[in-house]
Design a protein around this ligand. Structure first.
Ligand code: NDP
Length: 483
């Protein structure tokens, strides 16, 4: 069985307590690795190493920091098949998706923030009467990065890359459920040229390791992506310590289809993908599908036909559109949500059951893509994040009604809008209370743009220079040269 290690002060280290957690392949239900079940002591070692290394890194020229990030990207790219296989095995997602989306986007994150390191700059503000202000953007120091299991390496690099680019030292914790690719990345850190101690990875559970990072006095900021529940716990622990936090949390995203839209192949394929990509385990997935009454019947027929055609199966098979859900507890949660939807009076139009896959995946945790109709907009199914392959269909009549339904949950991460009416598109975009609005597309990402949610979907924005600003402290210097 593969044994993963922490990365502390540039070297692989076993957890001090000698305890390990099982890492399971959700497609087979079999444990295949063990990852450190680290403790606050291991976190303290990592923070010490980071604090010692900090000065050297924060005074390293930006182009040298950029070269380390770029080399790391190159090293991953050279082993992309190994990384993709590890990601698929750890999370249950189709290998083809890991190969085409997760790992390439992780590489893109590293390259993007390598460039950002050299492009990021302070500002100057000249005053009328002979004075000038200039603003320095200084690294914060030691920062914590905590990431979830759904897009493991993609979201891990999304945090560590800007933190390192801005000159900070990092203590990072990937999800214990999917630690494999972060560990693999850790094996390349030295070869990429990072000084020892600048980039530390501590594996373990959220309550033990995540919390220890959050409460450690020397950790100045926390960048977290995960559930709203954990985000609230982190905010509560960070606030009295006056730490900076960036919280990317859950979503209950609407996809809104107006009756003027042409239901062509590209549109239908994208709408289906927006519900079921990565088994629906993407915070950006559109799990509430609002369809204008005039095309409701026609849309539903075309949509269901496509959903029925999705193939659930062995993640290693190129023919599988959906793989396994990430873990048994998550599988149970999703199945409970489907049962709850039935109890709330919903009609399951397609799916609604476990899928049994033959052969090596006979014990895996697969769920059929599920579409449910007939639920009130304030039902728990339409309000709570499920984070699985479950989409509800909701008819609406008017633009105002669509807006009220879309905005009518505690979340505000991403909305997608399907219409050819440009005025309506702008009107809706201005009124949708979401951090991200996609018009006639979904998950089209430009890394320069601000990324994050409103309401219970988060606090702050990551991406582009927003991430660089988060990971730096502004110091304004005012010079009166009129004397
Ligand atoms: P969790 O909140 O359970 O965990 C996220 C990370 O936080 C994990 O590394 C976890 O560790 C850690 N953690 C758990 N408890 C604590 C704690 N008390 N203190 C510090 N860290 C802790 O989320 P999931 O991993 O289940 O991820 C799914 C969630 O992430 C969904 O709600 C989804 O919407 C959200 N998400 C949001 C995104 C966004 O950009 N807005 C993007 C992707 C996902 P461990 O797993 O080891 O226990």
């Amino acid at each position: 069985m593969l044994t993963l290690s922490n990365l502390i002060n540039g070297e692989p280290r076993a957890p001090r307590g000698g305890r390990y957690l099982e890492v399971t392949d959700p497609a087979t239900g079999q444990a295949y690795a063990q990852c450190p079940d680290s403790s606050a002591e291991d976190v303290a070692d990592a923070v010490d190493a980071a604090a010692h290394a900090l000065l050297r890194w924060s005074t390293t020229p930006a182009d040298a920091r950029a070269r380390c990030l770029s080399r790391l990207a190159d090293l991953i790219e050279a082993r992309i098949d190994e990384f993709a296989a590890a990601e698929s095995r750890d999370s249950g997602k189709p290998l083809a998706l890991a190969r085409s989306l997760d790992i390439p986007r992780a590489i893109a994150n590293l390259r993007f923030f390598a460039a950002a390191a050299t492009q990021f700059a302070g500002e100057a503000h000249a005053m009328e009467h002979g004075a000038i202000n200039y603003t320095l953007r200084l690294p914060l120091g030691v920062v914590g990065c905590i990431s979830p299991w759904n897009l493991p390496l993609y979201l891990f690099t999304w945090k560590i890359a800007p933190a390192l680019a801005a000159g900070n030292a990092v203590v990072a914790k990937p999800s214990e459920v999917t630690p494999h690719t972060a560990w693999l990345l850790g094996t390349l850190v030295q070869e990429a040229g990072f000084p020892d101690g600048i980039f530390n990875i501590v594996h373990g559970s959220g309550p033990a390791v995540g919390e220890a990072i959050v409460v450690h006095d020397a950790v100045k900021a926390i960048s977290f992506t995960g559930s709203t529940r954990t985000g609230i716990a982190i905010a509560s622990a960070a606030a009295p310590r006056l730490k900076k936090v960036s919280l990317e949390l859950g979503g209950k995203n609407p996809a809104i289809v107006f009756d003027d839209v042409e239901l062509n192949d590209k549109t239908m394929a994208t709408i289906v993908r927006s519900g079921f990509a990565n088994q629906g385990e993407i915070c950006l997935c559109g799990s509430r599908l609002l369809v204008q009454r005039g095309i409701y019947e026609r849309f539903r027929a075309a949509y269901l036909e496509r959903v029925r055609a999705l193939r659930v199966g062995d993640p290693l098979e190129a023919s599988s559109d959906l793989g396994a859900l990430v873990s048994k507890p998550h599988f149970d949660k999703v199945m409970d949500c489907i049962a709850r939807a039935r109890a709330e009076g919903g009609t399951v139009l397609v799916g609604g059951e476990q899928v049994h896959v033959d052969g090596r995946c006979a014990d895996g945790w697969f769920v059929a893509p599920t579409v449910i109709e007939g639920l009130p907009v304030d039902s728990a199914t339409n309000q709570d994040e499920i984070f699985g392959p479950v989409v509800t269909l909701i008819p609406f009549d008017t633009e105002d009604e669509a807006l009220a339904i879309a905005n009518g949950t505690p979340y505000g991460l991403a909305a997608s809008l399907w219409t050819h009416d440009i005025s309506r598109a702008h009107r809706m975009a201005a009124k949708l209370d979401f951090g991200i609005v996609w018009i006639n597309c979904w998950m089209l990402r430009d890394l320069r743009t601000p990324f994050g949610g409103s309401k219970q979907s988060g606090v702050g924005r990551e991406g582009g220079f927003d991430a660089m600003r988060f990971f730096t402290e502004a110091r304004n210097v005012c010079i009166d040269h009129g004397l």
